[in-house]
Design a protein around this ligand. Structure first.
Ligand SMILES: [Zn+2]
Length: 280
């Protein structure tokens, strides 16, 4: 990962995405924010116990790093819904991964897209977001889960995915790629992606894996019940047709580096750091 600074705020870029001129992206750390105590300091999440006003200030800090006010946050629920904002239509569409591999998508919600911004009341309960609209920055908030940044430089489409272990076993990555293909004509071989700092195979211990994780994923487990979710994500990209060399794994473990990142497993009560991507 390439460490950068803007306005005194540090963030990381994926080497494979950093060279592409159509986008801005970054994975922020827990540093350089305003929050105190367990949320020290760049917590961007409401609903984890932090002060709301401070969270808004932190969101403003990251928006200034992309010179934009128009950040899109999701109400992330470890679910399988994907929201799509398309510039051709003044509404958004929601897809569910349950429908994803059946060859058709259910359109379950609709609404205006041209009125929301950082202060908006719009709430989107989903765990992945896709758009072809320039200057709309898609934010995923994490503390051990993966933020997965996706870009198609041919069709000019970006996506950001929240993939914890539930997202992994539901293949929300593969599903998001399907939605990109069906909604925008994206082709897997054009896709470039980055898997952000998250729980590594060093720390992703699942003692109850027999109840929680389907057997198809047990090949990613070592003898001490630690799973390699980084490899799962990379393989899900490759199974969808994305080129191996176009998938950038950060290989940074949040629990091992909780000075730099928030880690739910490491700390319990803690904040969420931000990963964002948007078309210029
Ligand atoms: Zn670790």
């Amino acid at each position: 990962m390439i460490e950068k600074q803007k306005n005194g705020v540090s963030f990381f870029e994926f080497p494979k995405l950093a060279g592409l001129s159509g986008i801005l992206h970054g994975v922020f750390t827990r540093k350089n924010g305003k929050s105190k105590g367990s949320f020290r300091s760049l917590n961007v999440s409401f609903g984890v116990g932090d002060n709301d006003q401070t969270v808004l200030e932190n969101r403003t800090i990251i928006s200034r790093c992309v010179n934009e006010k128009d950040l899109v946050f999701l109400d992330q629920v470890h679910g399988t819904r994907i929201v799509v904002f398309s510039k051709g239509h003044h509404f958004y569409r929601m897809f569910d991964t349950a429908d994803c591999f059946k060859g058709e998508h259910s359109e379950i919600l609709g609404g205006q897209i041209d009125t929301f911004d950082i202060d908006s009341e719009h709430r989107f309960e989903a765990d992945a977001i896709v758009t072809d609209i320039p200057r709309k920055f898609l934010v995923i908030q994490v503390a051990d889960c993966q933020s997965v940044l996706i870009y198609d430089p041919v069709q000019e489409v970006v996506a950001n995915v929240h993939s914890g272990w539930r997202g992994s076993i539901n293949n929300i990555i593969g599903c998001t790629l399907k939605v990109m293909e069906n909604s925008f004509g994206c082709r897997a071989r054009d896709i470039v992606a980055g898997v952000g700092p998250s729980l590594g195979p060093c720390c992703a211990e699942f003692v109850n894996y027999k109840k929680e994780i389907p057997e198809a994923f047990w090949k990613y487990k070592n003898d001490t019940h630690h799973f390699d979710f980084w490899s799962i994500s990379r393989d899900q990209f490759c199974e969808a047709g994305v080129l191996f060399e176009n998938v950038d794994l950060s290989r940074m473990c949040t629990k091992c580096d909780s000075n730099r990142f928030f880690s739910f497993r490491g700390e319990g009560t803690t904040g969420r750091f931000a990963a964002l991507i948007g078309l210029k």
